[in-house]
Design a protein around this ligand. Structure first.
Ligand SMILES: [Cu+2]
Length: 505
């Protein structure tokens, strides 16, 4: 390998002496010689979810989740990604403000990491907080590709000053394995608040569904899973989280699922939510239950004040019994871990924001109403329209799937929406389907401003769940020129049309 390396360098040197400095970027030469700060290798490897349950999936560096990458805000890093598979790959840096060619989305023009090849990138991490990286290729009907496998890993970007005050910091990645297709699913629907739906959206969605079923179509495919894990281990099969009475434990929780919404509770304890999607909240908020849509993150402090051996687990009994949980064990306590269902609780994003008086415009002076340009988006489902898969549209347009297919080429698609740098935008999302969509905007942070009729402010995110037949508004500043992808993070939805592209004029 080193001989190979040297000969390549010699070759470059020769080329340089012949062609002169014009053809060769000295930074490229330098990067050939300097080792990368981080190396990630994509390969198929066995992962032990539980005793006698070993699955073979694509991973980063042979482990699940991928290694925790700790960056420092504003300090450039070089990452080399090797692809030891036969499929072109994209590694997306979720939640960071990066240029489109390193963001890791073919639709934005990021080059693929070629099969059996590699790609080296340098970028300046930011903003600070809990981010993650994951595969960003289309899986379509192939449940071995995209985020269905093990290509998910956490990123923590250290802030310039550290405001933390805790005794232990623990990263948890929630992820299912062994996906299968079924007709219709069992997605939890009634946990969001406010529950108010928009009658016209409901009427439109239901009549389309009725017409489709009347025409003899079955329900479109949904994905289900055999195995549920936290940090790649089914409940009871990994090491417990060991704590001591009186400790404050900071959990950084990532929903790394390809398709599922997750919940968590820890009997006898409450969660003090300090950040959402890595961004500090206006003030910490104490809740008994956590909900995370696909790709959402929560940073929560837990005061360990209820000694025992407990299950930190999903509220859905079936999913918890199939592994979605982890044991929390106090020092000097033994025995069978206990689960107790939490009190009834609804998840309302507005609870985490600044209250806004009813009837008042929910704007801080910075976001003066007259400076905001509204972008309307209508989300619709065409039941079972694509070989049994549901097709998804934004304002009647399905994103062309061949675009993000595995061709290995990365010609950007045609942008549907246009931005001007420096301007403030409001995306008004109307969901005319009964599904909850975790909507993600690349390369930017947005602020939640209205949730199903309820105004709020101060919550900065990069993914938000839009409830069935509900309307949500998010505001963002166009401050990172370049192609910008917007999509539902549910793999089955994004793969079958639920994506669109912004450009800057
Ligand atoms: Cu969706």
């Amino acid at each position: 390998m080193s001989a190979n390396f040297r000969s390549r360098r010699d070759l470059l040197k020769t080329a340089g002496s012949i062609a002169g400095a014009v053809l060769l970027n000295p930074r490229n030469l330098l990067s050939q010689q300097t080792p990368a700060d981080y190396t990630l290798t994509i390969a198929t490897s066995p992962i032990e979810l539980a005793k006698d349950r070993i699955v073979s999936v694509t991973t980063y560096n042979g482990q699940f989740p991928g290694p925790l990458l700790r960056f420092q805000e504003g300090k450039p890093v070089t990452v080399e990604v090797h692809n030891n598979t036969d499929t072109p790959e994209q590694l997306h840096w979720h939640g960071q403000f990066l240029p489109a060619d390193v963001d890791g989305a073919a639709e934005e023009g990021s080059p693929f990491i070629p099969p059996r090849g590699s790609r080296r990138i340098t970028f300046t991490p930011g903003p600070s907080g809990f981010r993650f990286y994951h595969s960003h290729v289309r899986a379509g009907a192939n449940l071995a590709n995209g985020q269905y496998g093990g290509l998910v890993g956490p990123v923590y970007i250290e802030p310039r000053q550290n405001p933390g005050h805790y005794d232990q910091e623990i990263f948890l990645t929630l992820k299912e394995f062994q996906p299968t297709l079924s007709r219709g699913g069992d997605m939890a629907m009634d946990f969001l608040a406010p529950a108010a739906t928009v009658p016209s959206l409901k009427q439109s969605g239901e009549s389309k569904m009725k017409a489709s079923l009347a025409a003899g179509h079955p329900h479109g495919y949904e994905v289900g899973y055999e195995s549920f894990t936290i940090n790649g281990r089914m409940l009871g099969h990994g090491d417990p989280i060991r704590v001591k009475t009186g400790q404050r434990v900071l959990f950084h929780i990532l929903n790394g699922s390809a398709t599922e919404i997750r919940s968590l509770a820890l009997p006898g304890h409450t969660f003090e939510v300090v950040a959402m999607d890595g961004n500090p909240l206006p003030k910490p908020v104490r809740v008994p239950v956590l909900w995370l849509g696909t790709a959402e993150r929560l940073s929560v402090l837990v005061e360990m004040n209820h000694p025992g051996v407990w299950i930190l687990g999903d509220l859905a009994n079936d999913d918890r019994h199939h592994g979605m949980g982890i044991v929390v064990e106090y020092a000097n306590h033994t025995g069978k871990p206990l689960w107790l269902p939490p009190p009834p609780f609804k998840w309302n994003y507005a609870r985490f924001g600044n209250p806004v008086a009813p009837g008042k415009p929910n704007q801080t002076p910075l976001l003066a109403q007259e400076r905001i340009e509204v972008i309307d988006m209508l989300f619709e489902k065409q039941n079972a329209a694509l070989d049994g898969f549901n097709q998804w549209t934004i304002n009647g347009q399905a994103f062309p799937s061949e675009m993000s297919a595995m061709s290995g080429t990365s010609d950007p698609a045609t942008p549907q929406f246009h931005l001007r740098e420096g301007r403030r935008y409001r995306i008004r999302m109307k969901n005319a389907s009964d599904d909850i969509h975790p909507i993600h905007l690349h390369r930017h942070t947005f602020e939640l401003t209205r949730i199903a009729g309820q105004a709020t402010s101060g919550i900065l995110k990069d993914v938000v769940m839009v409830g069935g037949y509900q309307e949500i508004e998010i505001d963002f500043t166009a401050n990172n020129p370049g192609l910008t992808l917007f999509h539902c993070h549910q793999q089955l939805h994004m793969d079958f049309g639920f994506m669109t592209l912004f450009d800057y004029l």
